[in-house]
Every structure is written in C-alpha cells, then in structure tokens.
Design a protein around this ligand. Structure first.
Ligand code: ADP
Length: 412
C-alpha cells in the first residue's frame, strides 16, 4: 500500500516536472527547438509546435503581402494618403509627403485637415461630395514658382478615405504655352493679312495710276513674303520637334556650308543696304577643314539664322565676324560676332523662346519672325551642341554653337 502511494507520488512529481519544463518551453516561444518532453507531453508539445509554425508562416506571408501592397503604392507616381474614419493620417507615400510637406515621424495620426490648411480643401473634405477633383497649391508653392496639385478623395472600407494627389504644374504650364503660341501665331499672321486685304480692296475700288499700282503691289508682295517666311519657320520648328535627331552617319562639309552662308549673308546685306547708304562689313573665317555629322539643312538653317540676325541688328558701318574654329579640347566652335546694339542680361535667358523679341519693330522691319533663335536652339540640341550667348549692351553680341568632338572629323 505504502509502495503504491510512493510510486504514485513519484510519478506525480516527475509528471509535474515534465509539465513545468514543457510550460517553460511554451513560454520562451522558441519553436525551432525540439520540446523537452516525450510521451503524452511530447506529442502535445509537437502539436503546439506545428500550430505555432503554421501561424508564424501565415503572419509572415500576410506581412510580405502588405509590404508588397505598400511598395506598389510607394512606387505610384501619384501621391497616396490613407485617412481613417476621423480624417487622421494612417499612411502616406513619398510623393504625398512631397506634395503636402508631410513627415512620417511627426504627422502620422494627425488630422489631415489641420495640416493642409487650404480653405477650398476644408470645404471639399467637409462637403462629402468627392465626385470631382480639386485644385490646391502644393506645399512648396511660391508666387514665383507655383506648384499646383489636383487632389481627389475616394471613400473605401468603412468610412475611410484614400486621397490621390497629382502635380499638374507642368501640364498647366504646357497648356498655357500652347495657348500663348496659338495666340501669337494668329497675331503674327493677322497683321500682314490685314495689310494685304486692305490693299486688295484699294486696288478693287480705286482707279490708280501705274506708279501707285506698282507701289501697292510691291507692299503686297512683301506682306505675302512675310507670311511665307513665318509659315516656313513654323514648319521647320514642328519638323525639329517631331522627328528623331539626325544620326551620326551623315557628314556635312563645313567649308562648303561656310561658303553657302557667306553667299547668303552678302545677298541679305546687299538687300538691306539698298535701303541705307552705308554697308555692314562682313568677315568670314574658316579655321577648321572639318566635317560635322548631322543634317546639312538643319545646320545651314541654324547658322544662317545667326548670321541674318547679326546683319539685321547691326547698324550700317558696323562689323559682323563669322568664324569656324577648333577649340583646344577638340570641340568645334561656330560663332557670329557683331558690333550691334548688344543685349541686356535680363533678356538673354529668354531669347530662344518663340516670338520673344527685344526690339519688335526692328525685328519686323527687317523681316524677322521671332522664331529664329528657337530654331537655332533646337538644331543645336539635336546635334548634341550648345548655344551660348554673350553680349555687352552698346558694344555687340557673340552667339556661338559649340559642337562636340564626337561629331567632328577632319577632311582627309
Ligand atoms: P527675330 O526674327 O525677331 O530676329 P530671333 O528669335 O532670331 O527673332 O531673335 C529674337 C530676338 O533676339 C530678336 O527679336 C532681337 O531682339 C534679339 N536679337 C537676336 N539676335 C540679335 C543680335 N545679333 N543683336 C541684338 N539683338 C539680337
């Protein structure tokens, strides 16, 4: 009897010890280690171990999936901000933080409406009608450099909100430029057209003497020529914008191009000097017996625009110096220097904008379209070259196109 009691007690103590060790193992939670138990306790432990493993795998899979989703939202080019039922920030991506100036450590759980204090947005948020987008200024917006955002709220889940934001500054600027361009073109065409139709009416209604008729027809031809030049420049610009840049396989002889340029320049100078008594001195200098890879027609167009500008803006008795010369680093410089009125520094960055003119009447009187330097800049870019403008008001200007060494080869 005593023996049976002692054996029962021993079994109880041993079992309690095994149970305590197992409990310790469960508490430490290291399921990678085998359970310190056998028998009934051992099997129980093995089942607990498997269960915990399955749970761990499921948790890790859902975490991976969540990270994938957040990664995808992070990669979105649009700003994404998630708001809870109260309108507090739960999560936002990097783009949204830039749009609204949000800080991940500071602004989580903050009320979004308190951080974006635009009255229009406050009304939009409160209005509960999110069927349309709303324009709000971006955090980095200043009077000089506006940043315009387009935002829209999308309800999801139970009362939560997804806020999408897009930076529309560049699109709006492009749209404004397109509108300005159309308005400018219409204005440029309307002016000669008005003159032309006025003269047509005069010719139709009045009896004119032969010299008067000649004079009127001369003016009409000039206006028609002006419209033609404008349309040609517009077509040239649209070709430059819409076609792939010239490849490296075609080589243009620069001495030949310089000769053609000189012929054109002297012709223009003769036409302009017929109106005034004195003549601009033209000097052409070719110091580089080389070829450039690119488009002959584009290069000639760019170079002749610079020469034509220099001749047109330089007063009689001034000098225009056109040169092609190698630079010490192997690049080649085409430059046109004049002793004209020069250009004030504030105008220089804007000269290559379409229709930007400093002296409007001088440009028109000498047949300018306001598109010449825009064409030059495009051609230079398409040839990997750089257009530089240096000028001293009252003393003259120098326009240079620097062609990179890779596009130059000596004539053999
Ligand atoms: P435009 O047809 O009016 O000459 P451009 O695009 O060729 O148009 O030139 C833009 C403006 O830059 C001109 O209207 C003129 O005011 C200025 N400009 C260009 N070249 C010269 C120059 N060599 N000297 C002074 N001003 C110049």
């Amino acid at each position: 009897m005593m023996g049976a009691l002692a054996a029962g007690l021993a079994w109880f103590v041993a079992d309690t010890y095994r149970g305590t060790r197992l409990l310790q193992w469960v508490r430490t939670g290291d399921v990678a280690q085998t359970a310190p138990a056998s028998g009934l306790w051992g099997e129980t432990a093995e089942r607990v171990r498997r269960l915990v493993r399955v749970r761990e795998r499921m948790t890790s899979e859902s975490q991976d999936r969540l990270n994938d989703f957040l990664g995808a939202l992070q990669a979105s080019p649009n700003g994404v901000t998630l708001l809870d039922v109260q309108g507090r920030i739960e999560w936002f991506n990097h783009t949204a933080s830039q749009h609204f100036g949000l800080d991940a450590r500071r602004d989580m759980q903050q009320y979004f409406g308190n951080l974006v204090r635009d009255p229009g947005f406050a009304a939009y948020l409160a209005g509960r009608d999110y069927s349309h987008e709303l324009a709000v200024p971006g955090r980095a917006s200043t009077a000089l450099r506006p940043v315009n955002l387009s935002v829209q709220l999308h309800p999801y889940g139970e009362g939560r909100l997804l806020l999408l934001s897009r930076d529309v500054t560049a699109v709006q600027q492009a749209e404004a430029m397109r509108r300005d361009f159309v308005a400018n073109v219409s204005h440029e065409i309307r002016t000669p057209l008005t003159v032309l139709s006025g003269f047509v009416e005069t010719l139709q209604t009045l009896t004119l003497t032969e010299p008067e008729r000649e004079r009127y027809l001369g003016t009409m031809a000039l206006q028609a020529q002006r419209m033609q030049t404008l349309v040609n420049d517009l077509l040239m610009l649209s070709r430059l914008e819409g076609s792939p840049p010239p490849g490296l396989a075609d080589w243009v002889s620069m001495p030949n191009l310089m000769a053609e340029l000189e012929r054109e320049g002297r012709e223009l100078s003769a036409v302009l000097s017929a109106k005034v008594s004195r003549v601009v001195t033209l000097v052409f200098e070719v110091q580089c017996q080389c070829e450039l890879s690119g488009s002959a027609s584009e290069l000639l167009s760019a170079a002749s625009n610079l020469v034509s500008n220099a001749i047109r803006y330089t007063p009689p008795s001034g000098e225009v110096h056109v040169s092609l010369s190698p630079l010490p680093d192997g690049n080649v410089e085409f430059s046109v220097r004049d002793t004209g009125p020069g250009i004030a520094p504030e105008h220089i960055p804007r000269l290559t904008e379409r229709f930007y003119r400093i002296d409007r009447s001088r440009s028109r009187d000498t047949g300018g379209t306001g598109l010449g330097l825009a064409i030059v800049k495009h051609v230079a870019q398409r040839h990997g070259a750089e257009l530089t403008i240096a000028s001293t008001p009252g003393h003259g200007s120098k326009f240079s196109i620097i062609f990179p060494l890779e596009r130059v080869r000596q004539i053999g």
